[in-house]
Ligand binder design. Structure first.
Ligand code: HEM
Length: 403
C-alpha cells in the first residue's frame, strides 16, 4: 500500500437515503470528481483507497488486467461488511480474474448474445403482460416494485435457467428473501442455502432429462460438478435480478416525473431503445462503484496506483463526465446521440454479460406499462418515497401506484 494520502476525499459510505434528489450522484463523489479524475479517499472502515471518477480513467482501470476483480487479492476494497461477505462467500466469475474468469464466462456467453435475447423477446413480453395482469387484478394502490418490477427479472431468469413452472413460486420467494433489506442475516443465509440446494437438485435432474435451457447445457458438461452448476445459476439470478428490477422501477419513476417524455414514448415506442440508454446513463444504479485491486504499480490519469492499493471506479460520475458527454452531461436528454457510450454495464472483460437481456427487459417493461396503464400515477407524494441503498444497487424501495 502506498503512503497515507495527504488529500482525503470524504468517506465513501453513503447515507441510507439520498434525501434530496435520488437522480444525481451524492455530492461527495461529485466534489471528488471536481478535485481530479483519480483522487485519494478512504473506505468506511478507514482504509485508504483510490477513487476514480473520470470516464477515461474508469475505462482504463476496467480494461487493464493489472487490476484484479478477485476479492481475495491483497488490498481489494470493500465498501461495507455486506459487500465483503457477498464477494467472499459467493465467489463466481464476476469475482475472478482471467483465465479462470474467461473459462467459466464462455460457458454461458451464447445464451446472452443479442441474437439469442431477441429470440426471447416474445416470451419476455408474455412474462411482462402476465405480471401486469396480476398487478391489475390487485386492489389499488399497489406496490409496483413488489408486485411488478421485482418478479419480472426473476421470472425471465427462471425461463432461461429452465426452472419448471411448478417451482417458480418457491424460486421467487427464496430470491425475494435474498433481496429483502429487512430480512435477518440468518434468513438470508437460509434462503441462499435453500436456493443453492434447489439449483443443485435441478441440475442433477436436468443431467438425466435435459431441456433447452442453460442449466441443462451446464449439467451436460463433464468439467463442472452439480455444485458448480448451481453456483453459476445462482450468480446469474443474483446479478440479473436486483439490478434490472431497480433499474425498471427507477425508470418508471423518472417517466412519472416527466409526463412529456412519457407521452412522447407512448406515441412513438421506436424511441424507447434510445430512452433506455439515456436512463441507464443518467440514473446509474450501480451507485457505489466497481471495486478492483492493483496487482502491480500502474499509472492512471497521471497518478501512480501502487500494487496492493484498492480502487473504486465510480460509474455515476464517469457517466456525467462533461469531457465525454458535453456541458449537458448532468441532464436527462433522450435525444442524446452518445448515451450508449455510458459505463453503466461496466467495461472490459467483466462488462455485464446480461446487458442485451437487461436492455430488452427494460424496453418491454416500460413500453408495456405506458401502453396498458396510461393513467399510471404515484399514490403518494414523491417526498414519501424511500430510496434503498443495498450493498450493490440503488433503487426506490416501494412505488405505491394507482392506474
Ligand atoms: C456484470 C450492471 C443486468 C449478469 C455487471 C457489471 C455491471 C453490471 C456494472 C460489471 C461488474 C464488474 O466489472 O465488477 C448491470 C446493470 C443491469 C444488469 C445496470 C440492469 C440494468 C444484468 C442481467 C444479467 C446480468 C439481466 C443476466 C443474468 C451479469 C454478469 C456479470 C455482470 C454474469 C459478470 C460478468 C463478468 O464478470 O464477466 N453487470 N447488470 N446483469 N452482469 Fe450485469
Amino acid at each position: 500500500m502506498s503512503a497515507v494520502p495527504t488529500q482525503l476525499a470524504p468517506p465513501l459510505r453513503l447515507p441510507a437515503a439520498y434525501g434530496r434528489c435520488p437522480f444525481t450522484p451524492p455530492p461527495a463523489y461529485t466534489e471528488a470528481a471536481r478535485a481530479g479524475a483519480v483522487t485519494r479517499s478512504v473506505l468506511p472502515d478507514g482504509t485508504p483507497c483510490w477513487l476514480v471518477t473520470g470516464y477515461r480513467e474508469v475505462r482504463s482501470v476496467l480494461a487493464d488486467a493489472r487490476f484484479s476483480a478477485d476479492a481475495r487479492t491483497p488490498g481489494f476494497p470493500f465498501l461495507s461488511p455486506g459487500q465483503r461477505q457477498l464477494a467472499t462467500s459467493r465467489p463466481s466469475f464476476i469475482r475472478m480474474d482471467d483465465p479462470e474468469h474467461a473459462r467459466l464466462r464462455r460457458m454461458v456467453t451464447r445464451d446472452f448474445l443479442v441474437r439469442r435475447v431477441e429470440e426471447l423477446r416474445p416470451a419476455i413480453r408474455r412474462i411482462v403482460d402476465d405480471a401486469l395482469d396480476e398487478l391489475i387484478a390487485k386492489e389499488q394502490p399497489a406496490d409496483l416494485v413488489r408486485d411488478f418490477t421485482l418478479p419480472v427479472p426473476s421470472l425471465v431468469i427462471c425461463l432461461m435457467l429452465g426452472v419448471p413452472y411448478a417451482d417458480r413460486d418457491l424460486f421467487q420467494s427464496l430470491s425475494r428473501t435474498l433481496l429483502d433489506n429487512t430480512a435477518t442475516d440468518g434468513e438470508v443465509a437460509n434462503a441462499h442455502r435453500s436456493l443453492m440446494g434447489y439449483l443443485a437438485g435441478l441440475a442433477a435432474r436436468k443431467a438425466r432429462e435435459p431441456g433447452d435451457d442453460i442449466l441443462s447445457r451446464l449439467a451436460a458438461r463433464d468439467d463442472l460438478t452439480p455444485g458448480q452448476v448451481a453456483s453459476l445459476g445462482f450468480m446469474l439470478l443474483v446479478t440479473g435480478h436486483e439490478s434490472t428490477a431497480n433499474m425498471s422501477a427507477i425508470s418508471v419513476l423518472t417517466l412519472l416525473r416527466n409526463p412529456a417524455l412519457a407521452a412522447r414514448l407512448r406515441a412513438d415506442p421506436a424511441l424507447m431503445p434510445a430512452a433506455v440508454e439515456e436512463l441507464l446513463r443518467h440514473v446509474t444504479i450501480i451507485h457505489l462503484g466497481l471495486a478492483r485491486a492493483a496487482k502491480e504499480d500502474v499509472e492512471v490519469g497521471g497518478v501512480t496506483i501502487a500494487a496492493g492499493d484498492g480502487v473504486i471506479c465510480m460509474l455515476s460520475t464517469a457517466n456525467r463526465d462533461e469531457e465525454v458527454f458535453g456541458p449537458t452531461a448532468g441532464t436527462l436528454d433522450p435525444d442524446r446521440r452518445d448515451a450508449r457510450r455510458h459505463l453503466s454495464f461496466g467495461f472490459g472483460v467483466h462488462q455485464c454479460l446480461g446487458h442485451a437481456l437487461a436492455r430488452v427487459e427494460l424496453e418491454v417493461v416500460l413500453t408495456t406499462l405506458l401502453r396498458r396503464l396510461p393513467n399510471l400515477r404515484l399514490a403518494t407524494g414523491e417526498t414519501a418515497l424511500t430510496y434503498g441503498t443495498s450493498d450493490l444497487v440503488y433503487g426506490v424501495r416501494e412505488l405505491p401506484v394507482t392506474w
